[in-house]
Design a binder for this molecule. Structure first.
Ligand code: HEM
Length: 219
């Protein structure tokens, strides 16, 4: 069932706010993880790991679910469909994967908070590189989803192509008149996107390692 223009705009607003809010929140978590890993101040280090779990429950988990649900609603309520275009299918896979990993990682956040809360535990044990690595990987995935949402690459799935005649029937008033053959819009090869994504990931990792002064190994 197609959404009314008003409902589509409302859902689209919710989708953009939650999806890009999630991207921004992961950036804040990356900063928190770097502060916890590098700060010389004991209270700051313990504080960083103590706040990650509650902050993730209040911010990351709701935003992830809102992005996923609003995305599915937008897909099913518009002519995009859920399985008709590769960019929607890829975003669905990325978002489901990222949300499941986040829910599993909530256990790790709780564990790190437990270690940070114990004053007997040495600071070198409290410091943990894992949230830095997970935040970088999450950021790369969410940036890929953002790029997919805006560029909408890779065309239609076989299922979508199969559905297309129905749509043309439904939407072109002059369906009786033969349609001019559509020339396929030039699109960028898959490897260009993959190369771009790998380059962004490598650059992010290099910058972070540089910031940390290559000290990931000793913790
Ligand atoms: C972290 C995850 C996600 C991010 C960052 C994201 C980002 C975006 C962005 C930036 C747009 C706007 C593109 C434009 O201006 O046309 C968009 C549109 C859209 N997204 Fe997502 N998205 C995410 C997840 C999803 C999921 C899981 C689905 C579906 C299962 C989805 C389906 C859609 C659809 C159908 C549109 C087009 C809406 C329209 O034209 O009205 N998105 N998304």
């Amino acid at each position: 069932m197609m959404m009314t223009p008003g409902l589509r705009r409302f859902t689209f607003t919710a989708h953009i706010t939650s999806s890009l809010g999630w991207v921004g929140a992961v950036m804040a978590f990356l900063a928190l993880a770097v502060i916890g890993f590098t700060s010389d101040d004991e209270l700051t280090v313990r504080g960083a790991y103590l706040v990650m779990a509650p902050a993730a429950w209040f911010v990351l988990v709701p935003l992830a679910h809102a992005s996923l649900l609003s995305g599915i609603a937008l897909s099913l309520g518009t002519t995009w469909g859920l399985f008709r275009h590769y960019w929607v299918v890829l975003k669905l896979l990325i978002t489901v994967f990222a949300t499941v990993i986040l829910l599993i990682y909530m256990g790790t956040f709780r564990q790190m908070a437990g270690v940070a809360a114990d004053p007997v535990v040495d600071l070198s044990v409290v410091r943990n590189a894992s949230p830095i690595v997970h935040a970088i990987l999450a950021l790369v995935l969410l940036l890929v989803a953002t790029v997919l949402g805006i560029y909408k690459p890779f065309g239609m799935t076989a299922y979508g192509t199969g559905k297309q005649p129905d749509q043309r029937q439904a939407f072109s008033p002059a369906a009786s008149r033969p349609q001019a053959p559509r020339t396929a819009a030039p699109h960028t090869a898959l490897w260009v996107y993959v190369a771009g994504i790998i380059a962004i990931a490598a650059l992010l990792l290099f910058v972070i390692l540089h910031l940390l002064g290559g000290s990931l190994s000793h913790h």
